[in-house]
Design a protein around this ligand. Structure first.
Ligand code: ADP
Ligand code: MG
Length: 279
């Protein structure tokens, strides 16, 4: 059970918008060696805007319906881009299947990240959009890519400072994301992480966490999505964004309630101070 000093640090953290689920998480945070971070919704706001798109109307209707069933920030952006239109009459018989870290499918219609379509009939004309730093989502019907959505997101105001602060404390910060190489390289440079890996599947994120743990490192992982949940559960300190999916929050030890990464660093310093007193 937690000591009075630990309880007081936990309540101090809570006042600053960082919820610790127990004293052990506070203790582990103070000894963190390496921090893995998700990109979309974590280092970025995850508030996408559809800048450009093309899709046949029947597929577009299906996609809108399918994305209404998903909590992914990209899904929400697609739904809101078309909410003023009259594109919602589709056959709702077939179940919508969400593929974590990839996209959604319903019958023969599929929407999601480009790398998930490499076996499909594919048009090179989509590659020009990858270079703009936008996230590209493809839509396919019967194994043929027939449409795309080009979406932009913004980096959170606090991300670069928070990363720099952790680095000054000797913590290595690595970005792990399911998004593509071009977008990821751009965010990695602006935010200033030590390293990054793009096109990660949820299980790849766990592998990174476990590889570091094999090297006796105390590993923090911060994320917001259902795709991050397994890695959050495996990390020594799983940290979820308050705006994240409920499964991410359930799988974590710490929640950043208002998504302010500077408060996470504040809590880290708090845990260090506490460590000097009692751990
Ligand atoms: P990140 O690790 O950046 O948070 P995710 O692992 O959640 O990203 O998703 C990886 C990629 O899969 C996204 O960048 C997007 O291209 C695609 N994706 C995931 N869910 C959906 C969805 N519901 N609709 C469309 N694309 C999706
Ligand atoms: Mg995310």
């Amino acid at each position: 059970s937690a000591t009075p000093a630990t309880l007081s640090a936990i309540s101090n953290g809570a006042k600053h918008g960082i919820l610790f689920k127990g004293g052990a998480a506070m203790e582990a945070l103070s000894t963190m060696d390496t921090l893995y971070t998700d990109k979309t919704g974590t280092l970025t706001y995850g508030e996408f805007k559809v800048d450009d798109y093309s899709a046949p109307e029947d597929v577009l209707k299906e996609v809108i319906y399918m994305e209404q069933q998903s909590s992914h920030p990209i899904a929400q952006a697609i739904v809101s881009a078309f909410k003023e239109t009259d594109l919602s009459s589709v056959d709702h018989e077939e179940p919508v299947n969400e593929i974590a870290g990839s996209g959604v499918e319903k019958g023969t219609v599929r929407v999601g990240k480009p790398t998930a379509f490499s076996d499909f009939k594919y048009y090179d004309r989509f590659t020009q959009y990858f270079q703009k730093g936008n996230t590209i989502i493809l839509a396919a019907k019967e194994k043929e890519v027939v449409g795309y959505f080009s979406l932009s997101d913004q980096i959170r105001r606090q991300s670069a400072d928070a990363v720099a602060n952790f680095q000054k404390e000797g913590i290595k910060v690595t970005l792990l994301t399911g998004d593509n190489e071009e977008v990821t390289a751009n965010v990695a440079e602006v935010v200033g992480v030590d390293d990054y890996k793009a096109s990660m599947l949820p299980e790849d994120k766990i592998d990174y966490v476990m590889q570091s743990q094999d090297k006796e490192e105390v590993v923090g992982m911060i994320g917001d999505g259902i795709n991050d949940a397994p890695a959050l559960a495996n990390a020594d300190i799983g940290i979820a964004m308050g705006s994240g999916s409920s499964v991410a929050m359930e799988s974590s030890d710490v929640v950043v309630v208002k998504n302010d990464l500077s408060k996470l660093f504040y809590s880290y310093k708090l845990s260090k101070r506490l460590n000097r007193i009692i751990f």
